[in-house]
Design a protein around this ligand. Structure first.
Ligand code: NAD
Length: 359
């Protein structure tokens, strides 16, 4: 049966890394007889330049009707001074909201050949293989009231941290299910000593845990978790947390690997899933064919796993990435830890050749 994947390359290196991902999708479509159709649309700054909006309604509709969306990155200095409703990242926020993407998964794995790339000592990051499950459509980033108003002659900024039981339940279920396919441990991160929303979070997660007796649950305060990620990151399996804590902790966890150019993510809801590298549009290196496409290629693996239900293709991509890294190849951002430094397009070709050799 034919499947549709919408590609949103976005801005800067987004265009270059999605080009490599597209090659991989086309190759897998041919070699697994999958009939995957891709269609490409503008998003972010590229859409602002052409259509004067960060993302068009037609594009949102195409995404909704697709089986999966692969996004590169949006933004760049050209659009930094645009008003709030015309900022490139509005495209992302709108996609998350309209596709109902409440479940953000960020796997963080330290490849044995890249232990030295971490800013932490190799013996501390050895064996790190964790998954951050971040709630993506609630909490401080969306809660109302929100905005800057005037009170007693001065400006006051307000954001609201709000969570309902049903919002907590569905993300907790996702984390416990993910843990079942992993090392069967969930660390739920909150600030229950201070925040009411966290007290409800903790109570609800504990109740959901009763349905998963095979999974070990621990609760951890967010400040302690930030510390533990540096002190002993290998203790974690699945980290379950709300939107803003997850935003911060997943960037911290990402840095355990020493490279932002290699980390994938998946955002899931009840309909179309969206996949994207963790990094941004990297305007400083855009257009030079030196960006590392591995985060986007690893995001394609997640796309095959979660949206196309094709574990074999996902595993093939991940095995190829691991083999290429262990053979000493990498891109310029990881050049200190590579024997051979490849361009963006050479890395895409190397992954393809390695996948072909697996067959
Ligand atoms: P960034 O992730 O784009 O870049 C940070 C640093 O990492 C830069 O030095 C860059 O060259 C390097 N880098 C990032 N990805 C790389 C890759 N694949 N290969 C090699 N090096 C890589 O973050 P930033 O500089 O803070 O932001 C740049 C723009 O991207 C901003 O407009 C920001 O708003 C936007 N941004 C978008 C997203 C997204 O679309 N999801 C996420 C973060 C930032």
């Amino acid at each position: 049966m034919s499947k549709k994947v919408v590609l949103l390359p976005g801005d800067g290196i987004g265009v270059e890394v999605v080009r490599e991902a597209e090659k991989i999708i086309a190759w897998l479509s041919d070699h697994y007889n999958l009939d995957i159709q891709t269609e490409t649309h503008l998003a972010g700054g590229a859409s602002l330049d052409t259509h004067d909006v960060p993302i068009r309604d037609e594009v949102i509709k195409a995404c909704r009707e697709a089986d999966a969306v692969l996004l590169g990155a949006v933004g760049g200095p050209k659009w930094d001074d645009y008003p709030a409703d015309k900022r490139p990242e509005k495209a992302l926020l709108r996609l998350r909201k309209e596709l109902g993407l409440y479940n953000n998964l960020r796997p963080v794995m330290v490849f044995s050949s890249l232990k030295d790339a971490s800013p932490l000592r190799p013996e501390i990051v050895d064996g790190v293989d964790l998954l951050v499950v971040r709630e993506l459509t609630g909490g401080l980033y969306f809660g109302q009231p929100k905005g800057v108003t005037e009170e007693n002659g001065e400006e006051v900024g307000v954001d609201t941290m709000r969570y309902s039981v049903s919002e907590i339940e569905r993300i907790a279920e996702a984390a416990f299910k993910a843990a079942r396919g992993r090392n069967k441990k969930v660390t739920s991160v909150d600030k229950a000593n201070i925040l009411a929303s966290s007290q409800l979070w903790r109570k609800t997660v504990s109740r959901i845990a009763e349905k998963y007796p095979d999974i070990r649950l621990e609760h951890m305060l967010v400040d302690n978790c930030a510390m533990q990620l540096i002190r002993d990151p290998a203790q974690f399996d699945v980290i379950l947390t709300e939107n803003m804590f997850g935003d911060i902790l997943s960037d911290e966890a990402a840095m355990l690997t020493g490279s932002i150019g290699m980390l994938p993510s998946a955002s899931l809801g009840d309909g179309t899933g969206m996949y994207e590298p963790v990094h941004g549009s990297a305007p400083d290196i855009a257009g030079q064919d030196i960006a590392n496409p591995l985060a986007t290629i690893a995001s394609v693996a997640l796309l095959f796993r979660y949206s196309l239900d094709h574990e074999e293709a996902a595993t093939d991509i991940e095995t190829a990435i691991s083999k290429v890294l262990n053979a000493g190849f990498n891109c310029r951002d990881m050049s200190r830890h590579a024997r051979d430094v490849l361009s963006t397009s050479e890395m895409g070709d190397k992954i393809l050749a390695t996948m072909a050799a697996l067959k």
